[in-house]
Design a binder for this molecule. Structure first.
Ligand code: URA
Length: 308
């Protein structure tokens, strides 16, 4: 790994851990594939070997695609590792996400004015809302690239809601949040924490997949917030876990990265909110699993469960 790339990765880890005001390192696009004339096989094996090193850039893949070369099968975990690094939101981004909200849709406005106490009523309201979401055209790029919307899944009267960032490729294909590699890791965390996925309600900040799993744009967050608010209103959880910086910052309107927000409860309209690292981050940085486990121990104490 060259020193510039190593420095970029180090800076990215620091940013994800909550360190701010870091310098930028501009990486040149890897040129090894483009600049060398190789047989498709040689090129394929070279990109397979370099996958972990180039985990945070899709440049070698796009170069290979442009040249119509055979590409090696990429494992879901490597794909997950290729998610672009998360960028911490600035106060301006947050302000823009909060101030450019579209007018509430009449159906959603009506739901926000109603109290839902029975599980049946909650289930019906969520199903109406899912249909509204499925026809949403607010984000022109996202609705032209999505396979389908990914609304949310789980118990309509869940005590605990999980909020992630946005659907990835697997979620876009299946229409359900957290079903890809990050979701599988989330499932392990859930089980180890003595929780059951079927007892939770799981959704995201966005209901459409950003192309290439890029960060949600402030306007997209703003466009989708009405739906998140309505899901929270209907389910009325007692606890929310925000997985990752994007969920934590946008829900709580904070500019700090998740590394600075973890280890405590925040109050969000009477709901106790805990923030921890995103499972995708853990796939790239397994060392951070310890912190997530500490967070889950802290969280489960609320329910009288002592995790060891
Ligand atoms: N990552 C997320 O934040 N949400 C999903 O649904 C899947 C991956």
């Amino acid at each position: 790994m060259n020193s510039k790339r190593a420095m970029a990765q180090l800076l990215k880890h620091l940013a994800c851990a909550g360190v701010t005001h870091l310098p930028r390192v501009d990486l040149q696009k890897p040129t090894m594939i483009a600049s060398r004339s190789k047989s498709p096989q040689a090129s394929a094996s070279s990109s397979a070997k370099s996958a972990p090193v180039t985990a945070y850039t899709s440049a070698p893949v796009s170069v290979a695609t442009a040249r119509n070369e055979a590409r090696p099968a990429v494992s879901p975990v490597v794909k997950e590792m290729r998610r672009p690094p998360k960028v911490i939101l600035s106060a301006d981004d947050l302000q823009s996400a909060n101030s450019n909200r579209p007018p509430l849709l009449p159906d959603v406005q009506e739901m926000m004015g109603r109290a839902f106490s029975e599980v049946q009523g909650k289930a019906e309201a969520l199903s109406v809302l899912a249909k509204v979401v499925a026809s949403c055209q607010r984000c022109s790029e996202l609705c032209s690239t999505r396979t389908q919307t990914v609304f949310g899944v789980g118990k309509p009267n869940a005590k605990i809601m999980f909020i992630g960032e946005a659907p990835g490729a697997d979620e876009d294909a299946r229409g359900e949040p957290f079903v890809g590699p990050a979701g599988q890791l989330l499932d392990k965390i859930v089980e180890a924490s003595q929780l059951k996925r079927k007892d939770l309600y799981i959704c995201n900040i966005l209901r459409c997949r950003p192309p290439g799993n890029r960060n949600p744009l402030p306007q997209e967050v703003s466009n989708c917030r009405e739906f998140l608010d309505a899901q929270i209103h209907i389910v009325k959880p007692e606890y929310i876990v925000c997985w990752g910086t994007v969920a934590a910052q946008n829900l709580l309107n904070k500019t700090e990265a998740v590394g600075k927000l973890r280890g405590q409860f925040f109050d969000y309209h009477g709901i106790r909110v805990m923030c921890t690292y995103h499972p995708s981050y853990l796939l790239r940085n397994p060392a951070a699993k310890k912190q997530v486990w500490d967070d889950m121990k802290f969280f489960m104490q609320e329910f009288g469960v002592e995790l060891t």
